[in-house]
Design a protein around this ligand. Structure first.
Ligand code: GTP
Ligand code: SPV
Ligand code: MN
Length: 595
């Protein structure tokens, strides 16, 4: 056994052991530490991380088991321009991904990995994405030099011995390598090698760049596998809505980053809908398969939430507030002198002072934000008061409706229904949203974000649309597909719709459409809610505002929209399925027909 493996490996899996030796040698790690996922290990690693300053402890009475982390000032979001799909043939990555030749990527990232863990321990983090014991799950192993990453991974995924047991002697696991290296943005790369089932991430210590089970495995690699194996890996929340009669219908929703998935998955019914209950199944990722009964079934492959902190408070999301009271890691929020945390849009008055996300003394007069707009909480899903009893069911939950949505100040109505699956795929394929601080770059720019997967689809986006169309043919009882927009604004730049818990009124219409009990009127873009079929009691929104503003389909805006869509569709190139183009032309014809 090598010197770098003083600890006896807790597995006989030679594929795993020899790969770890190879990476540990490449990185020059001083020691290798296998993680078992135990409580004792959590305590030990927490002490270590606090001691070396990687995280700070919070007040153990007010926030038991909670930690505070700050990432480097220039390392606070996903980096799409440094995220690569490394396929042998460039065509397989498609026009929406950054591509790098696998040889070049291994060489470049390998050059950064080389010796990067000198004096550091390499942690071996085996994890399961999906429900342990299910034939639908995927095993990954992340090798990382960051204790912060280990502590986050143990919340976000079922981690440690459970994964090794599941893996057994199989070579079939995603090989994830993460090194903070020197955190130099010029030496930062997030590389995916779907043909090798491998991920190499260097030079970052933030969220989606480094928690490799999440966006890298459960979306980019999984979407590639899903196409091969006949299922879908999607950037979707999953929620169960129980009506006063006790019937539960499940809805999956794809919105781009920071566009409301976590909030919708945990919403609290408004007082006038008190007979309803909401059950959270997942807040970010859904794996969808066709069941034996011909319906589409969804599983949340994660075990925790990596949620947006700013704007979260006991009015907008009381379930999230209850979830993050303990065993939570807060990243890039403000730390108060009493050992608690704060962010913009939290309850109550801003604190009179604190240490901001940059580690600087902050007061409300500083003129800067105390928490970074993309600051996050990492919390166990099991602590969520609204967690569904079905959330760990290996079969998943049956989906009645899929909602696509984006952040659009204009054009897109509050809600409409597609005419059929194919038209629904078109709605997803042409979705757009204003960019947010979840990724580096300009905020507030409208861009196409097909199915909210623009940064996460691990293969050619044209083939991805084709896969969605093919899936539709395999689903005997397909969910209905809708488009929603909580973010439409009036001429003064104010949101027209109150959003958050009130969104249940829209989901109610969606579910009742799926049951065939709610009314709709046909428009050029799809079916809109019939007059008075969305209950507005207590919202402060009038029927007139709903009809004339929230549900308005403005012909001029829509013709512009279609033009903007065609630019994107053209960029997809030859792989664009003819059906999508046909839907596009049909939309234009309907708009011109004045419907
Ligand atoms: P990722 O974790 O980045 O994938 O994001 P997400 O889709 O889960 O977004 P999340 O629910 O965390 O919401 C992001 C931001 O949108 C927060 O600042 C919320 O306060 C805000 N938001 C969520 N739902 C609504 C809504 O219905 N209306 C309005 N106006 N804002 C909302
Ligand atoms: C997102 O950006 O969509 C997230 C956060 O959910 S991260 O894990 O950083 O990608
Ligand atoms: Mn997300």
């Amino acid at each position: 056994m090598l010197k770098i493996m003083p600890q006896k490996p807790p597995t006989k899996n030679t594929h795993l052991i020899s790969w770890i030796e190879e990476i540990a040698r490449l990185c020059g790690a001083e020691a290798v530490q296998w993680c078992d996922g135990s409580e004792a290990e959590r305590k030990r690693l927490t002490e270590l991380a606090v001691e070396c300053g990687e995280v700070e402890a919070l007040d153990p009475q007010k926030l038991p088991g909670c930690l505070y982390g700050r990432s480097a000032a220039h390392d606070v979001a996903r980096v799409e321009h440094l995220t690569y799909i490394c396929t042998r043939d460039k065509k397989d990555a498609g026009p929406t991904n950054h591509w790098m030749d696998p040889r070049e990527a291994y060489e470049k990232a390998g050059g950064i990995l080389k010796g990067s863990m000198r004096g550091r321990t390499l942690y071996v983090v085996p994890f399961v994405m999906g429900i342990p014991g299910s034939s639908f799950n995927k095993i990954g192993v992340e090798l990382t030099d960051s204790v912060y990453v280990v502590l986050n991974m143990r919340i976000m995924a079922r981690m440690g011995s459970v994964a090794l047991k599941e893996l057994g002697d199989s070579p079939n696991f995603t090989r994830g390598v993460h090194s903070k290296a020197d955190l130099d943005p010029a030496r930062r790369m997030i590389c995916h090698f779907p043909e090798d089932n491998t991920i190499w991430s260097v030079g970052s210590n933030y969220g989606g760049n480094v928690l490799l089970g999440k966006k890298c495995l459960a979306l980019r690699i999984a979407s590639w596998l899903g196409r091969k194996e006949g299922w879908l890996a999607e950037h979707m929340m999953i929620v169960g809505i129980e009506n006063p009669e006790g019937e539960i219908a499940y809805v999956a929703g794809a919105f781009p980053s920071q566009c409301g998935k976590t909030n919708l998955a945990m919403l609290t019914p408004p007082p006038s809908m008190a007979g309803y209950r909401v059950w959270t199944v997942g807040d970010d990722i859904a794996w969808l398969r066709v069941g034996d009964d011909g319906r589409l079934w969804a599983v949340n492959p994660e075990a925790g939430f990596f949620g947006v902190a700013p704007g979260t408070n006991s009015k907008t999301n009381p379930n999230a507030m209850a979830t993050i009271r303990r065993n939570t890691i807060f990243t890039n929020v403000l730390k108060r002198p009493d050992g608690t945390v704060w962010w913009e849009g939290m309850d109550g008055e801003p604190p009179t002072e604190g240490i901001d996300w940059l580690g600087k003394k902050w007061t409300p007069d500083s003129g800067t934000k105390g928490a970074h707009p993309n600051s996050r909480f990492t919390a166990p899903a099991s602590q969520c008061p609204s967690i569904s009893p079905e959330w760990e069911n290996p079969q998943g939950v049956p989906i009645s409706a899929i909602v696509f949505g984006g952040r659009r100040a204009t054009t897109e109505p509050l809600v409409y229904q597609s005419f059929n699956w194919r038209h629904g795929v078109y709605l997803g394929a042409t979705m757009s949203s204003e960019t947010t601080s979840a990724a580096t770059g300009k905020v507030g720019v409208v861009r196409r974000d097909p199915m909210a997967m623009l940064p996460f689809c691990g293969y050619h986006v044209g083939d991805y649309f084709g896969h969605w169309l093919a899936m539709g043919k395999k689903i005997k009882h397909p969910p209905l597909i809708f488009h929603v927009n909580w973010f439409r604004m009036d001429s003064h730049g104010k949101f027209l719709w109150p959003g958050f818990g009130e969104n249940l009124r829209v989901l109610r219409w969606v579910i009742e459409r799926a049951k065939g009990t709610a009314g709709a009127v046909e428009s050029a873009i799809g079916y809109l809610p019939a007059a008075r079929s969305i209950d507005l009691g207590g919202t402060g929104v009038s029927e007139e505002t709903l009809e004339r503003e929230l549900l308005r389909v403005d012909k001029k805006e829509w013709v512009d929209e279609v033009i903007s869509q065609s630019e994107f569709l053209r960029s997809v190139g030859e792989a664009l399925p003819a059906e999508i183009l046909e839907e596009h032309h049909a939309l234009l014809r309907r708009l011109e027909g004045g419907k």
